[in-house]
Design a protein around this ligand. Structure first.
Ligand code: FAD
Length: 426
């Protein structure tokens, strides 16, 4: 393997998501020797996964090749690998392609779907934490409608058409909204032989409200939007089991073959990490400089990090802004350490929250203002468009959105499956 033979300080960044990518970008063209490791050779923009799952966008529009980003950054070295173990006593990170020595290790591996230990659900439900998983949802939904056309049993046909989403956070809400628009505008055109008045879209939430982290005004508005779109929202609904055709709740069952699980996350972990550093949600306890407790040269960022500050006694929200802001602060601090300057404590700047349900329907909570409807929807579109990496991707997405807006159609309804059922799974 090509190794660093220079005397430069070696920083290994594990994960090229929002946090890892941002940190590497901030430290390019500095005096550090950066190695950026990820199991994908591209950065993925997770907030728009739901549009891939519902045939609104192609995966290439929301993914960006890492090598392209760092083409002109001589101090950033990318390796495609699965990170497997940390040997902190030797400062070595073990991976599927070999060992990487480091002076400073930054863990930014994000989070995965949390099935809360329910084996059947983990096996049979669909998570949406990676681009291949979002593609798998798109494939299965489209395939179910094809199968519904040829089945002779009415009850099986309905199970194939019905879709259940678990988790009333932004992902669940956005998926439910996009699917109900598909049911209204797209699917009846594609499958005129099926009766879509019988198709149900369920959104189940274990708590008493949708969008738990947003204002009451936005929560009520979103519930209203979804109900008007014909989504069956079930609050205080706890899923207990799923056999592939029936979803079992405490007091009832739902007949649906598609169960999309958007109900919780658990931070990714790596073996070899000290157990005393791991806390709620599998996150790593850090101080205000993102340094992991019990380590001197290992930092955690984004979804993996559990840092408290007076305004966030239970840790920061696991969202893109946390990852980005922590990466910015750490980049500054690593340069400060080099220059023997004092370090900056991390202070989270809450920029607000937003979620969309469909065309002209969105809610926005800013510090001093809360609004909804068309203006909120345009703001949502603008913010997400600007956050996408790459000008070409932005243009593709913009054109796609404009075309869909005027035609009420999405043209990407391809079932792209291989004969190997494991490819595209997770
Ligand atoms: C469907 C969905 C919708 C979301 N919507 C929003 C939203 O609207 N707004 C918002 O602010 N946030 C949203 N989030 C949350 C946001 O995406 C995360 O908070 C953010 O991505 C965290 O950044 P991160 O850098 O910590 O991790 P990630 O961005 O998840 O990056 C982790 C990286 O580590 C890599 N990796 C993981 N394990 C390994 C391993 N063992 N070996 C090698 N590489 C590995 C992954 O491939 C990935 O590139 C959403 C998340 C999801 C899943």
């Amino acid at each position: 393997m090509l190794q660093n033979s220079s005397k430069k300080k070696k920083i290994v960044i594990a994960g090229a998501g929002f946090a890892g990518l941002r940190l590497a970008r901030k430290l390019r063209k500095t005096d550090f020797y950066i190695t950026l490791l990820d199991k994908h050779n591209f950065h993925q923009f997770q907030p728009l996964f739901y549009q891939i799952a519902t045939s609104g966008l192609e995966p290439s529009s929301i993914s960006f090749p890492l090598r392209k980003i760092f083409q002109h950054s001589k101090n950033v070295h990318i390796r495609l690998c699965e990170i497997t173990e940390i040997q902190s006593e030797n400062n070595i990170l073990k991976t599927s392609v070999g060992d990487f020595g480091y002076d400073i290790l930054v863990l930014a591996l994000g989070a995965d779907t949390n099935f809360f230990g329910m084996k059947n659900i983990k096996e049979k439900a669909l998570g949406m934490k990676t681009t291949p998983e979002a593609m798998r949802i798109r494939n299965l939904i489209l395939k179910n409608f094809e199968d519904a056309l040829v089945t002779t049993d009415e009850s099986t046909r309905l199970a194939m058409m019905n879709i259940t989403i678990v988790g009333g956070g932004p992902t669940g809400v956005e998926l439910a909204g996009a699917l109900s628009e598909m049911r209204k505008f797209v699917l009846p055109e594609d499958f005129p032989e099926l009766d879509f008045s019988k198709m149900n879209i369920y959104l189940l939430e274990a708590g008493s409200k949708l969008l738990g982290a947003m204002s009451e005004k936005s929560q009520n508005k979103v519930l209203n939007y979804l109900q008007n779109l014909g989504v069956e929202v079930m609050l205080n609904a706890q899923v207990k089991d799923f056999d592939g055709t029936n979803i079992y709740l405490n007091d009832k069952q739902i007949h649906a073959k598609t169960l999309i699980w958007a109900a919780g996350v658990s931070a990714n972990t790596v073996s070899g990490l000290s157990q005393e550093s791991i806390t709620r949600g599998n996150r790593l306890k850090t101080n205000r400089f993102n340094l992991v407790e019990a380590y001197e040269n290992t930092y955690a960022l984004g979804d993996m990090a559990y840092m408290t500050e007076p305004d966030f006694p239970n840790g920061h929200p696991q969202v893109a802004q946390t990852a980005i802001q922590q990466a910015d602060n750490l980049a500054k601090n690593l340069l400060n350490i080099q220059k023997n300057k004092p370090l900056n404590q991390f202070l989270y700047k809450d920029l607000g929250a937003m979620a969309t349900v469909g065309r002209n329907l969105a809610v926005v909570d800013l510090k001093k203002m809360k609004f909804s409807g068309t203006i909120a929807w345009f703001l949502w579109l603008f913010v997400h468009l600007m956050a996408i990496v790459g000008v070409k991707n932005r243009v593709f997405i913009f054109v796609n959105w404009v075309v869909s807006y005027f035609t009420y159609d999405q043209s990407l309804r391809l079932i792209l499956q291989t004969s190997n059922p494991n490819i595209g799974n997770r």
